[in-house]
Design a protein around this ligand. Structure first.
Ligand SMILES: Nc1nc2c(c(=O)[nH]1)N[C@H]1C(S)=C(S)[C@@H](COP(=O)(O)OP(=O)(O)OC[C@H]3O[C@@H](n4cnc5c(=O)[nH]c(N)nc54)[C@H](O)[C@@H]3O)O[C@H]1N2
Ligand SMILES: Nc1nc2c(c(=O)[nH]1)N[C@H]1C(S)=C(S)[C@@H](COP(=O)(O)OP(=O)(O)OC[C@H]3O[C@@H](n4cnc5c(=O)[nH]c(N)nc54)[C@H](O)[C@@H]3O)O[C@H]1N2
Ligand code: SF4
Ligand SMILES: [Mo]
Length: 884
């Protein structure tokens, strides 16, 4: 009998419920959980493809010391000994943990307890520093606690949804779909998108404000002044529940309306339209994400938004409030356990002696850290200059994701002792480990995560643990014990969760927002059966409020919120040497450093290569054409990416994805360019605003390969590799052409000696085609040209799975285009049903003028719906008047 397990998606902070089915033959399939209140059965493209990412390819399966596999005892003893020795000789601040918002709460709790409670240092920071820390800092300044006041339902109930610095359609697709559905039900609902780029999210925007990068602070300050001018301030709420309004307003009035227009680059009528809408609408939710957080003025931007909601009292009531969208599946859980270097546990404050004493008594420890630890960027500085001598990196890939990534890589290389816990053995970071500890991954491990709306859900195992992998919490508890500390005798996640719940309620009495005391004595069976619930869930009280602050009740000592006066100018970073602003972020079908989504051919087909979006005018000035390679340089590093010339991008700024790593490309690691500039309050890097210059990257030849096997090391000026069904696809560029192409392919791809080759070269054009076969199977096809190769990728990759029994079909491979009767589907748009752009265009020409009609004809867009915005875009491009 197939078995069904209810669990939670391991990707974004929406926290969708998933039902994983394991068939009798072991095959796994996933579908959305209809009963889960985050998604009610929906999943996006990444969630739908989860089963394709569970393969063991590249998994870390045994502990490793250097290049040698070993057993857990030897590896753990070594880690415990090296950490203990380092602490004994150099003090507790000479060691550090760098962890992740993708750890489960139970893992995270043990990591924080070990470092802050027993090692006695607060040198534990997390990739959430790069993600949510400006929101945390903004919340704490305004509310006195890191509280997200609202729920997802508010987004459906709102009459105005503002999405600022959020590409919701690609990054929180299921919330996006909930808004789309709500807007269909209530067409009077308005959506405003504030983003320098025209993103897929703009598909539902009534108004898109393409503001200057980092113009948000001025925009929301101007809004506060406007609200005061038109009498939209809720005087009673402001008087009873807040302080600081006059000062905040005075700071906001520092800019005249023309000043706001200058700072934002927006026209005054657009600004006025937005301000009027906000002032006139009671039910407003303002969602914000990395376009707000990842900025050197990120915390101030957060407070500028919170100020507008506090001034109008639009907070904590149905359909109203500021809403920080968390990125990672357990960004919120990490905040609850105090995983950031400047937090304690259970939303207690490291700077409060009373809180420290309370946590110390609860843990029964001798040493609780008494001062904040180093924040991510400072932490890697301390690794670089030798202050930190032993480092444990867990569930994050900083060689790819940290700013100034080449320096981070050098720092890790130079660190005397580096432990990495990961599920994959060969990530850019794992390669540098002195000790690699294999972790259990999604589907194997057990614990809880908290989503953006404070909802705690279980992740449950449904497949066997591969090799010797062990859960992260177990690794941490083992080290705690082996370092001689009490309090790490956990034998299962349920015990850790119970302790975490007990700490949240310990001497709380309503003084702290985070309280899940109702679960303080949870047993294993109840934990196994635990359904999704929102916090707070205090002991002995029925679950009541799921929103905060409608009637005040803030966590500052006086119970009032603070409106924070903010007035920082728009940062000016460009110069004549580095005249362009580089903005970085996400694409629809990849997750961060691609260690999991990169395994799925379907997900890799959407955008198979690192790229940079550039406005046509900038491209023309730089003599860059679409599909050229572009070199980007900043004072910190360099990258080479494919040019995508598009007017979705504004002039003077570029966009590149954050995902590509040294595993998938030779020069696509964009964080090598990102300056380690951080927000002064939160320490969050400004990953969306980097000064760079761009130039055309010349090549003597360009290439495209489909291959059944991946290559050995490639020594050429540009390559990028992606999974394809039945093998791999590669984009290439050569400074100098190899003398013998056939030999180049055979040696780089280890082709069998008996592989037969066919092909042709055109000396005039420089075109070359070469294909290698083993019997009727295609092993490798190479396409070379002087210009970027124009062969249809989507057609070429299907050739790996075709039978090539006769000469005609073999030659059709080298011809590089589909034969009669086999149309080219074009680049993948719908990854669920692998439908390409050419198929959609053909359907539009054949009369399908709505997304629904295209769906009926091709199924595209009818499963997860993540591509519906793109399909609408294609319809608009083909039939500008036909699409609604
Ligand atoms: N597909 C996919 N989804 C993901 C992830 C993923 O890797 N892939 N990661 C998850 C994680 S951890 C996170 S944190 C979230 C991030 O989710 P988002 O924050 O929505 O994603 P980003 O693409 O980083 O950036 C959002 C937008 O901010 C815009 N922006 C840049 N500068 C500014 C500015 O100055 N002002 C404004 N208003 N906007 C600006 C960018 O153009 C971009 O479109 O996504 C989560 N979801
Ligand atoms: N330029 C630029 N840089 C950015 C951003 C940006 O927008 N622009 N965004 C930033 C943000 S918001 C974020 S959240 C970060 C994300 O950046 P990272 O955290 O570095 O990216 P991931 O690929 O999610 O890394 C997770 C790692 O954990 C491993 N892993 C998966 N499951 C488990 C497990 O159960 N246990 C263990 N031990 N390991 C596991 C994965 O294989 C992978 O190596 O990037 C940040 N960097
Ligand atoms: S929106 Fe997609 S990635 Fe995010 S939790 Fe849901 S299924 Fe997973
Ligand atoms: Mo994130």
């Amino acid at each position: 009998m197939p078995t069904e397990t209810r669990t939670t998606c391991p990707y974004c902070g929406v926290g969708c419920g998933v039902i994983a089915t394991v068939a009798e033959d072991g095959a796994v399939s996933v579908k959305g959980d209809l009963d889960h209140p985050a998604n009610f059965g929906r999943l996006c493209s990444k969630g739908s493809a989860l089963a394709e990412t569970l393969g063991l390819e590249g998994r870390a399966l045994h502990p490793q010391i250097g290049d040698r596999s070993t057993d857990w005892d030897e590896a753990l003893d070594l880690v415990a000994a090296r950490f203990s020795e380092t602490i004994a000789t150099h003090g507790p601040d000479a060691v550090a943990f760098y962890v992740s918002g993708q750890l489960l709460t139970e893992d995270y709790y043990v990591a924080n307890k070990l470092m802050k409670g027993f090692i006695g240092s607060a040198n534990i920071d997390t990739n959430s520093r790069l993600c949510m820390s400006s929101s945390v800092a903004g919340h704490r300044r305004a509310f006195g606690a890191d509280t997200v006041p609202g729920t997802y339902e508010d987004l459906e109930l709102a009459d105005l949804v503002i999405l600022t610095g959020s590409n919701l359609a690609w990054c929180h697709p299921v919330i996006y779909q909930r808004i789309v559905a709500a807007k269909e039900r209530r067409p009077e609902m308005k959506v405003v998108v504030i983003d320098p780029r025209r993103t897929a999210t703009c598909d539902i925007a009534d108004l898109h404000l393409a503001l200057r990068p980092d113009g948000d602070l001025a925009l929301f300050n101007g809004l506060l002044a406007h609200l005061a001018d038109v009498g939209a301030v809720h005087c009673e709420y402001v008087a009873n529940h807040t302080s600081g309004f006059p000062q905040a307003l005075e700071a906001a009035r520092g800019l005249s309306p023309d000043g706001v227009a200058n700072a934002t680059g927006l026209r005054r009528p657009e600004i006025a339209a937005f301000y009027d809408l906000f002032a006139a609408t009671q039910k407003v939710v303002t969602c914000y994400s990395q376009g707000v957080n990842q900025s050197s003025i990120g915390t101030d931007k957060v407070n500028a938004i919170l100020n507008c909601h506090l001034a109008t009292g639009r907070i904590g009531r149905p359909g109203m409030g500021p809403f920080s969208l968390t990125g990672q599946p357990n960004a919120m859980g990490g905040r609850e356990v105090g995983g950031l270097a400047n937090m304690l546990a259970a939303h207690m404050a490291l700077e409060s002696a009373e809180d420290r004493d309370r946590v110390q008594r609860f843990w029964g420890s001798a040493t609780v850290a008494s001062k904040p630890g180093l924040k991510a960027v400072d932490m890697f500085d301390a690794v670089a200059d030798g202050r930190i001598k032993a480092l444990w990196i867990m569930s994050t890939n900083p060689v790819v994701s940290m700013p100034d990534a080449d320096r981070v890589r050098a720092a890790i290389e130079a660190c005397p002792f580096v432990v990495v816990s990961d599920i994959q053995a060969d990530t850019d970071t794992a390669r540098l480990a002195d000790v690699l500890l294999p972790a259990t991954g999604w589907g194997e491990k057990s614990g809880t995560v908290t989503n953006s709306e404070r909802r705690i859900s279980r992740q449950r195992p449904f497949i066997a643990t591969p090799g010797a992998a062990r859960p992260d919490w177990w690794q941490l508890a083992q080290i705690g014990r082996r370092m001689g500390f009490d309090g790490f005798d956990f034998t299962a996640p349920a015990e850790i969760f119970a302790e975490h719940a007990a700490l949240s309620a310990f001497e709380n009495d309503g003084t702290r927002d985070f309280d899940i005391g109702a679960h303080a004595t949870i047993d294993a069976a109840t934990y196994d059966a635990l359904g999704p619930f929102q916090w707070p869930q205090r002991e002995g009280t029925p679950q009541t409020e799921s929103r905060f602050f409608a009637n005040g009740g803030f966590y500052h000592a006086d119970g009032k919120a603070r409106l924070v006066p903010v007035s920082a100018p728009v940062p000016a970073r460009t110069s004549s040497d580095y005249p362009l602003i580089l903005n970085t972020g996400r694409i629809r079908d990849q997750w961060h450093t691609m260690t999991r989504t990169g395994k799925s051919a379907r997900l890799s087909a959407h955008m198979a290569e690192p790229f940079v979006e550039i406005h046509p005018d900038d491209a023309a000035k730089l003599e860059i054409r679409d599909a050229d390679l572009v070199a980007l340089e900043s004072p910190w590093g360099r990258a080479v990416l494919r040019a995508l010339v598009t007017n979705r991008q504004q002039r003077g700024s570029l966009f590149a994805p954050m995902h590509w790593t040294g595993e998938f490309s030779n020069a696509g690691r964009i964080d090598a360019l990102v300056a380690p500039v951080t927000d002064p309050h939160s320490g969050q890097p400004a990953s969306k605003h980097v000064a760079v210059r761009a130039s055309r990257h010349p090549a003597d030849a360009y290439g495209f390969i489909v291959s059944a096997q991946g290559p050995k090391a490639l020594d050429i000026s540009y390559w990028a590799i992606a999974r394809a069904t039945g093998g791999w696809r590669l984009e290439l560029a050569f400074d100098t052409r190899p003398g013998d192409w056939e030999d180049w392919c055979r040696t780089r791809f280890d082709l069998p000696v008996g592989a037969e080759s066919i092909g042709y070269a055109d000396a005039m054009t420089g075109d070359l085609r070469l294909a290698f076969f083993a019997g009727s199977r295609l092993l490798l096809a190479l396409f070379i040209a002087r210009q970027p190769v124009a062969v249809s990728r989507s057609w070429a990759v299907t050739q790996l799975l075709q039978e090539h029994a006769d000469a005609r079909t073999r030659y059709s491979v080298t011809a590089g285009r589909p034969g009669a009767g086999r149309p080219d589907p074009g680049a993948t748009v719908c990854s669920c049903f692998s439908v390409g752009i050419n198929q959609i265009t053909a359907a539009v020409s054949a009369g399908c003028h709505t997304v629904e009609a295209v769906g009926q004809k091709l199924s595209a867009g009818t499963n997860c719906g993540s591509c519906r915005a793109e399909i609408r875009g294609i319809i608009h491009a083909c039939h500008p008047l036909a699409a609604e």
